[in-house]
Design a binder for this molecule. Structure first.
Ligand code: SAM
Length: 334
């Protein structure tokens, strides 16, 4: 199977040509049946028809994922609960990730404030999973307020200097809102959301599949992280935008040989095994060197309450080139 490309066409037709057990990770962000304005797809099927269609492509997705692979499904809770019934016999449930993002009011119900990402594996004894960390949350409301938002009480010196382990509730990634960075597409995902998923269940050189590739977010995340990819997209226009963006993606998202996910001037996600080593745990040299003021004593860690970890000048420059929103990079590089 030739990888590293986007196929334009219907995902069910294209998936039929893909052999069993091909991909290390499959991710689907289908239309949610919310009447969004896609250019080639009518997003308002009868509910039973919509679910039958979802069952067909989910079955195919599971078939073409390797036994050691992971499967992710992004949607609103209403559809995800139905997906779980269908998937119960096909794969093993691991997590419901709640991505905190306001969604459109639906009327006569609590205001929806999260999307779900279902995480399944095909064979639990073979699956890959890596713990991840994200930066501590800090108060940004008042000028000069940089305090950690979580109260660690008297235990501040025990906290991880970079940040906590990623949980199943994600509140640190925002939807793409700024027109300047958005493609002509009604619901594009942020690349750093996809990078977090790619980092936690695949290794460099593994393969990532997306049957509803849109303007290519999953494929870009895979490419930036040194993974192979294949996407399918019905719309000629979206598939072309994705292919054009992929052609600009040349720089691996790596700092001191460590794969990271970053956005604007922050590292958003790093793998625990890439930044720490040994027992008792030490921080890897290549990681500590990214920061000017790595807090290697308890006293310095207590100070983390008020002082942010600062990157060295060289790393700051690298991050600002690596982690600008991609649309801007394209325009600058033209
Ligand atoms: C929610 S969007 C995916 C957005 C994507 N995650 C991104 O960040 O750009 C769903 C996409 O599925 C595409 N689509 C709809 N029906 C399809 C089909 N049968 N085969 C392949 N793609 C399809 C739509 O054109 C749309 O771009």
């Amino acid at each position: 199977m030739r990888l590293n490309r986007i196929l334009q066409g219907d995902c069910l037709e294209k998936m039929a040509d893909i052999p069993d057990d091909t991909f290390d990770m499959s991710f689907a962000d289908p239309p949610f049946n919310l009447d969004k304005g896609y250019d080639s797809y009518k997003d308002s099927k009868k509910e039973d028809k919509y679910f039958d269609w979802c069952s067909d492509w989910m079955g195919e997705m599971v078939r073409i994922t390797k036994p050691s692979g992971s499967i992710f499904l992004h949607n609103i809770p209403k559809w995800l609960v139905q997906y779980t019934c269908h998937l119960a016999d096909l794969a093993t449930f691991k997590n419901w990730i709640s991505w905190d993002a306001p969604t459109s009011p639906m009327g006569n119900t609590l205001q929806p404030a999260h999307y779900g990402i279902l995480y399944y594996v095909k064979d639990e004894s073979q699956c890959k999973f890596y713990e991840m960390r994200y930066p501590h949350k800090r108060c940004r409301d008042k000028k000069d307020c940089n305090l950690l938002t979580k109260d660690y009480g008297g235990k501040k010196h025990t906290i991880h200097p970079f940040g906590p382990l990623v949980s199943d509730v994600w509140t640190d990634i925002h939807r793409c809102k700024h027109d300047r960075y958005k493609d002509k597409h009604p619901c594009q995902l942020p690349v750093h959301l996809m990078e977090r998923l790619v980092l936690f269940c695949t290794d460099e050189g593994d393969s990532v599949f997306d049957p509803f590739a849109g303007t290519g977010t999953t494929l870009i995340a895979a490419r930036r992280l040194g993974r192979k990819y294949l996407g399918i997209e019905l719309s000629e226009q979206y598939a072309k935008i994705a292919a054009d963006k992929l052609a600009f993606e040349k720089t691996p998202s790596k700092l001191n040989d460590i794969w990271v996910s970053c956005y604007l001037n922050r590292i958003h996600t790093a793998r625990e095994s890439d930044i720490s080593e040994g027992r008792p745990k030490q921080f890897k040299e290549g990681w500590k060197e990214l920061f000017t003021n790595w807090p290697d004593t308890d006293d310095k860690r207590r100070d983390l309450n008020t002082s942010d970890l600062a990157f060295t000048k060289e790393v700051k420059n690298k991050i600002s080139k690596l982690c600008r929103p991609k649309k801007k990079v394209q325009e600058d590089e033209k």
